[in-house]
Design a protein around this ligand. Structure first.
Ligand SMILES: [Zn+2]
Ligand SMILES: [Zn+2]
Length: 302
């Protein structure tokens, strides 16, 4: 599992920071969270092909999070994409995508599957579950969590002791189904170890520090939280529905996360050490994201 920061600025880009976008390589897929202007070029810089994006998740419809989408859709069409593209986001997404499909002269060569979300589960399969949570911004914003599912460890010795021979029965038991061996029913709990937790990543999008983010981020490996300002601009944060580094760190501390990564940085901070120090005073394992920064998230032990 790898997180690639493609854009870490707030409303206006700088020489070093592009508009918001985060790619996640996981479960054999590339997922994109937000798609600010210039994201496709940032992907090229990061050696990621936009053609390989499976799903795009939008936190909200402010321009700095979505204006890269029409260009990216058109490039995908020019390059002859045929696989469908799933786009997830707040209500209003149908209209937005419809507008983008008719923006400029091009022919769409693939299907765009739109998912307008309400709070809760976004999608779930055998490997992971993605959820969203409403936060407090000047417009409707969804934070997203990606949680890996893990089966308990299969204990071969226990299976052998119960007379279950290696083969398809092992797979069945591991996936939670009972098997019949010599007239006896063997259930998964007889051969499986304790429940194992998977990795969890949370991305806030744009938001003021809010209580719902504490529960939503609970025990995540990585919390990516916006930090547009530092404490000396806390009034600006309240007025515009954004957070300071201290506010983000407070959320990280209360939700017992392993690591906090600050993003969505205002252009006023040429040196972001001020934000990092402010966060670290409250939550030590904090850092400020940079464009092209890559973060690997290792599998939990055992
Ligand atoms: Zn923004
Ligand atoms: Zn915004």
């Amino acid at each position: 599992m790898e997180i690639i920061f493609l854009g870490t600025s707030s409303a206006i880009p700088t020489n070093h920071r592009n508009h918001s976008a985060i790619a996640m390589k996981a479960f054999g897929e590339i997922m994109l969270f937000d798609c600010g202007e210039g994201t496709q070029r940032q992907m090229t810089r990061a050696r990621l092909s936009p053609m390989k994006i499976d799903k795009i998740f939008l936190t909200h419809f402010h321009g700095d999070h979505i204006l890269g989408l029409p260009g990216m859709i058109q490039s995908m069409a020019f390059r002859g994409r045929t696989e469908p593209l799933d786009i997830y986001g707040p209500p209003g997404l149908y209209q937005l995508v419809d507008y983008m499909k008719n923006f400029g002269y091009f022919s769409l060569s693939f299907e765009i599957v739109v998912h307008e979300l309400s709070e809760g589960n976004v999608l779930e399969n055998e490997e992971y579950v993605i959820r969203c949570c409403k936060t407090e911004h000047s417009v409707l914003n969804f934070a997203y969590s990606i949680e890996e599912k893990r089966n308990p460890k299969f204990i071969k010795e226990k299976a052998l002791a119960l007379g279950v021979k290696p083969g398809p029965a092992y797979g069945k038991l591991q996936s939670g189904l009972p098997v019949k061996v010599g007239g006896k029913i063997i259930t998964p709990d007889q051969v499986l170890g304790e429940k194992r937790t998977g990795r969890k990543i949370v991305y806030s999008g744009d938001t003021m520090a809010c209580v719902q983010m504490i529960k939503f981020s609970n025990e995540s490996d990585i919390l990516i939280h916006e930090s547009t300002f530092n404490n000396s601009h806390r009034d600006n944060a309240y007025e515009t529905g954004h957070s300071t580094a201290a506010m983000a760190a407070d959320i990280a501390e209360k939700s017992d996360v392993k690591k906090l990564i600050l993003t969505h940085i205002s252009t006023r901070y040429k040196d972001t050490k001020i934000l990092e120090r402010e966060a670290m005073e409250i939550f030590e394992n904090s850092c400020v994201a940079e464009d092209m920064m890559r973060v690997k998230v290792e599998q939990h032990e055992p």
